[in-house]
Design a binder for this molecule. Structure first.
Ligand SMILES: NC(=O)C1=CN([C@@H]2O[C@H](COP(=O)(O)OP(=O)(O)OC[C@H]3O[C@@H](n4cnc5c(N)ncnc54)[C@H](OP(=O)(O)O)[C@@H]3O)[C@@H](O)[C@H]2O)C=CC1
Ligand SMILES: O=C1CO[C@H](CO)[C@@H](O)[C@@H]1O
Length: 357
């Protein structure tokens, strides 16, 4: 059987991760790379290199394209992929603003060319097992959730200027968007957000620290504590072992607490009081089972199914936009000094989109 021909647009940090995952995939082959400059070490991979992604798409006509460029470029490239009928896997977040993200949502809805958003943690077997346990009722009603992204990023990370700027750079849209997405996956829609950010850690324009309060549609409440300028292990990156570039610590980054039990992630300990809520009885702790996987590989396998039209995207543009809206609500909340409804954010951005059409 012939392999699916996949191109990668954007050969920076994440593009190279995708390239190396593709190179070990037996269903697909890397056929071209498009990247304006940089990334010279990946161009020895023997595939044609283009500086202009549109030229590449037209010349190579890949079966699918993986878009790993900075967030503010995703919509333009995504729409072009749709126009040229190339299914795409677009890295998270959908965009750096909601109005443009909704243009991509509309373009995807108006066409039958699939677009998958790269919220890679949806494919992590820890999260899928946790979701199953929650759906099976093991926690009862979820009442309170806490999520942490506390770690330190190395100085060289900020050599890419966009990672120091507002509107796409900064810990919230780059990293914590994953946590928002996981919370939606595990605990349901986020209705409202109240937040405050700070750049005290580095003094860049982009925030490095943030605290968030959340109201879920289910009635559950949540908090997030965030800083990428602290010496601390309590982030998904430093606890899950998902990404080999990060040391793994036996700690947690998320606690989901319900009326019948509570779950810590990624350790997957389920805590319950089996003897009926006596204060002096210790809670019992059992570990849920899951089959470890490599989320990026699982995501690419799913993308190949999407390319072959065997599956619908697990994360559609609309779905990715709900995660984006919850994340962007952080700045809106900071601006108004109060609670922000994610639905209202989307409705307002729809009006903005209509006005700019
Ligand atoms: N799922 C995950 O866990 C992760 C996802 N990401 C996501 O991946 C995306 C890229 O991030 P990252 O790799 O860190 O960023 P980088 O800045 O390292 O890489 C982006 C690359 O895209 C290139 N580029 C910019 N514009 C275009 C264009 N129009 N056409 C082709 N190439 C272009 C850049 O070239 P130049 O430098 O010349 O501008 C650069 O080589 C982001 O959306 C990020 O959020 C990132 C890391 C992990
Ligand atoms: O952009 C990113 C940088 O790397 C991080 C660690 O894998 C990711 O969380 C994030 O998506």
């Amino acid at each position: 059987m012939s392999k699916l021909r996949i191109a990668v647009i954007g050969a920076g940090v994440m593009g190279r991760e995708h390239i190396s995952a593709l190179q070990s995939c037996n269903r697909a082959e890397l056929v071209a790379i498009a990247d304006p400059v940089g990334g010279s070490d990946v161009y020895d991979s023997g595939v044609p290199r283009f500086t202009d992604y549109q030229q590449m798409l037209k010349a190579v006509k890949p079966d699918g394209a993986i878009v790993a460029t900075p967030p503010h470029t995703h919509v333009e490239i995504g729409i072009k992929c749709i126009e040229l009928e190339v299914p795409s896997l677009i890295e998270k977040p959908v965009s750096s603003d909601l109005a443009s993200a909704l243009r991509l949502e509309q373009a995807a809805a108006d066409s039958d060319v699939p677009v998958l958003i790269g919220h890679s943690r949806r494919h992590n077997s820890i999260n899928t097992a946790a979701k199953r346990a929650i759906e099976d009722g093991q926690l009862g009603d979820i009442l309170a959730v806490t999520s942490m992204h506390l770690r330190h990023k190395p100085d060289q990370y900020f050599a890419d200027k966009w990672k120091t700027q507002k509107g796409g750079g900064g810990v919230m849209l780059i990293n914590v968007v994953h946590d928002f997405d996981c919370l939606r996956m595990l605990c349901g829609e986020i209705d409202e957000v109240h937040a405050i950010t700070s750049n005290k850690g580095r003094g860049f324009e982009a925030e490095d620290t943030c605290v968030v309060m959340l109201k879920f549609a289910s009635g559950a409440l949540g908090t997030m504590t965030v800083s990428d300028a602290t010496q601390a292990p309590w982030s998904w990156e430093f606890t899950s072992g998902e990404d080999p570039r990060f040391a793994k610590h036996d700690e947690n980054s998320m606690l989901i607490c319900g009326t019948k039990g509570s779950l810590s992630l990624p350790s997957m300990y389920l805590w319950k009081n089996s003897n009926g809520f006596k204060r002096d009885d210790p809670l019992s702790r059992t570990r849920l089972r899951w089959e470890p996987n490599t989320p990026l590989h699982a995501e690419q396998e799913h993308f190949l199914d999407v390319v072959e039209r065997k599956s619908k995207p697990i994360v559609s543009v609309e779905d990715g936009n709900r995660t984006l809206a919850a994340t962007l609500a952080v700045w809106e909340s900071e601006k108004i000094g109060g609670w922000v409804s994610t639905d209202e954010m989307i409705q307002r951005a729809k009006l903005e989109k209509t006005e700019t059409n």
